[in-house]
Design a protein around this ligand. Structure first.
Ligand SMILES: [Zn+2]
Ligand SMILES: [Zn+2]
Length: 386
């Protein structure tokens, strides 16, 4: 309200304008919090339930030889373009702020993210930042201590835990709420989805394969459902089965299979230990198409300021919290080789890293990262340096 209740006097123009903008931002985002006026989990039953029915129908047609098997090639291609929109755009760029991107790359990533149709960037990032801050507690949207199926997909079909509801209301993301591309996508999400997620692929199935409309829709849903399960496996499989070389005290694990299907997102023990690393893994291109994508655009000059963990920081952390399954020799603190330090670092990074363990961080712009720790993080391809 721009008029005070008591006096009915106008408040000053600046405050009024601010309020109008705030309300508009809220409207842009709230249309996603209750899609078509339905509670999120109720909407998911209808939305994702329908998607699964069509996906299994097309799988059945395919198995029984009544579908065009070669559509799988386009399904994989379009599915993985959307997948990279999630892993590179939504995850490593918007959620974790692990690198910077110019406007054309931001727009490209937003379009790719819309192909995947996993809700708008802002909502996806909010859930994911909360996941990193409160991993495997009741405030974690896909708390894996509630079992495989809950963390895989059950969390989307059940009412939210009260602890999570509280966090969703209070968790601040001013960076994304003021990002014009994020706001544009949230405002026009269902229109963009209709065109990019449905109409374009359906047209391609029809034009190139001559499928009936029903089969076009079913093939598109199969592509969608497969990509959903791949994403969901990061929250389920990569929190259960695998090694913990970097931090044995946390639930996320290293799972090469998840990395294979989820283009590099299965190196999850590393990722939760160092969520600001643009590789989301220690080794850059090892089963990590998403890192290749970022490196390619960094080479073009579209991506820059890539954050990564220095060898010193890595070794100190391995020494302190690793489970000794890592094949790098851990640092010998007594005979620490000073040459190993890439540049001036505080004597004891270990002390700094302790803060991060007690207070997990969501990414590079999280205020809880100690300033000293920022100073020992490497930044690759800073703007102007190729
Ligand atoms: Zn993450
Ligand atoms: Zn996780």
């Amino acid at each position: 309200m721009c008029v005070t209740k008591k006096s009915k006097e106008l408040v000053n123009d600046a405050a009024c304008e601010e309020e109008v903008v705030e309300r508009k931002v809220h409207e842009d985002f709230s249309r996603i919090d209750k899609p078509f006026g339905l509670e999120q989990h109720v909407f998911n039953w209808l939305w994702l339930g329908t998607a699964h029915v069509f996906a299994f129908y097309y799988l059945y047609l395919d198995i029984t030889g009544r579908a065009r098997t070669s559509t799988i090639l386009f399904e994989l291609l379009y599915g993985y373009i959307g997948g990279l929109g999630i892993t590179v755009g939504c995850h490593r760029y918007w959620t974790h702020k692990t690198f910077k991107a110019n406007k054309p790359l931001q727009i490209l990533m937003m379009i790719m993210q819309t192909i995947a149709n996993q809700y708008p960037i802002r909502k996806w990032s909010l859930d994911h930042r909360i996941h990193h801050k409160f991993t495997d507690t009741n405030a974690d949207p896909h708390n894996s201590t509630r079992g495989f199926w809950f963390s895989h997909m059950g969390w989307l079909f059940l009412p939210k835990h009260p602890d999570l509801k509280k966090k969703l209301k209070t968790f601040d993301m001013p960076d994304l709420e003021s990002d014009p591309i994020v706001r544009f996508q949230s405002r026009w999400y269902w229109t963009l989805t209709a065109v990019i997620h449905f109409i374009i692929p359906i047209f391609i199935f029809r034009y190139f394969w001559g499928l009936s409309m029903l089969h076009c829709i079913a093939a598109n849903y199969r592509r969608y459902v497969v990509s959903l399960h791949i994403t969901w496996s990061v929250n389920s499989v990569a929190h259960i089965w695998g090694e913990k070389p970097y931090d044995k005290n946390i639930t996320p694990v290293e799972n090469p299979w998840v990395s294979f299907f989820a283009v590099g997102e299965g190196w999850h023990n590393y990722h939760h230990t160092f969520p600001w690393d643009y590789k989301a893994a220690e080794l850059g291109w090892k089963i990590n198409l998403s890192t290749m994508f970022i490196d390619f655009f960094a080479w073009l000059g579209w991506a820059y300021d890539l954050k990564t963990v220095s060898q010193t920081m890595l070794k100190q952390r391995l020494h302190r919290t690793g489970n000794e399954s890592h094949n790098l020799p851990v640092i010998d603190e007594a005979n620490c080789d000073k040459n190993d330090f890439d540049y001036s670092v505080p004597a004891d990074v270990t002390e700094l890293m302790k803060d991060c363990i007690h207070q997990p961080v969501w990414g590079w712009d999280d205020e809880s990262i100690p300033e000293d720790l920022r100073n020992v993080t490497k930044t690759l391809r800073s703007k102007g340096i190729k």
